[in-house]
Design a protein around this ligand. Sequence first.
Ligand SMILES: [Zn+2]
Length: 103
Amino acid sequence: MSGHSHKINCEACDIEDEVKVDGIMDLAKALPRRWKRRVINFRAYILCDVCGHPRQFTKGCSPYILDALDLPPNATCEIEEIEDFRGHPDNVTWRRERQRMKK
Ligand SMILES: [Zn+2]
């Protein structure tokens, strides 16, 4: 294997994960499972599975995202797969992460 590990941080909650980058592979395409690259207010952010979850963007950006990324209240996001996530079994992960963040 020629790939190497690359540390990556969520830009909202700063949780860290590792990705294996192979050669000149684009980092944005090598994100950990369910991590997302979201374009918000015309800037790209790397977000973890929690912060980048479509739930954060169903009616515009959530207050949490706006606060975490220091965005204005009228920030716009481009997200396409909201429909896909209806009924998605990601809710377990979601709840676990919410618990963690309350500490
Ligand atoms: Zn995050």
